[in-house]
Write a protein that binds this ligand. Sequence first.
Ligand code: ADP
Ligand code: MG
Length: 257
Amino acid sequence: MQVMNPGGSGTRTAAKTESNKSTNAMSMKNNEIVKISGLVKRFPIGGGHFTALNGIDLSFRTGEFAGLVGPSGSGKTTMLNIIGSLDGPSEGTAVVLGQSVGELSHKKAARLRKESLGFIFQTYNLLPVYTVFENVEFPLLLLDMTAAERKQAVLDALEWVGLTDKIKSRPAQLSGGECQRVAIARAMVKKPQLVLADEPTANLDAANSHNILQTMEILNKELKTTFIFATHDDKVIKYLRRKISLEDGKVVKDEQK
Ligand SMILES: Nc1ncnc2c1ncn2[C@@H]1O[C@H](COP(=O)(O)OP(=O)(O)O)[C@@H](O)[C@H]1O
Ligand SMILES: [Mg+2]
């Protein structure tokens, strides 16, 4: 599988992305795309609470290919959910593209997600009754684009992941690796500035794991998309340029490779 022309003809959404970039740039220092300070996350359990993240200070710069790595229960998903503005901090701040996620209204958080963030999950989360084309088009329906613009963007994204020939298939007709490539196309179709991938290889064999990591690595380089992974898979870790190790809700190591 090859990723062809990822910076290519999808220029229609680029203008929108550019204007987001310049607005956000005013509040972002040194290309800092994410800045987490004194982050604590507690979940209520029983009569008390469980501390899933316990005082995290961490920042990410534009263009990183980084991973939160650690055993099950160490807080990786909790952290990605906060960076993705799906959840908020109990204490401290998480500033994503210049916006403090805990302080955003539902509407503003939804806008941040639909315009600037892409999500990839271990279970793909494709809509089973929709075709590949419709699954990839889905996030674009929330944006102000014409049908022709959407079609071109979907075709571009399917070309990046090498699935042009499966455009009319439905998820049940695809292999796990193909499903995850559809999910990557869906995450990338609007050219988001930041993609969050939670255990993306958990259901894939070695060959498919390498394949999707190579695709994401190329998209990171060609489209300058920032990737943050949560993973405990050595096959993913091998590709990371920065490995942030979590244990019991704390960063215990932060290594550039
Ligand atoms: N909604 C929740 N309510 C209570 N505990 C939670 C909730 N979400 C996560 N946790 C707990 O927080 C810890 C970290 O979870 P998680 O971030 O999912 O870890 P990881 O992704 O590294 O496996 C776990 O012990 C988990 O049980
Ligand atoms: Mg997890």
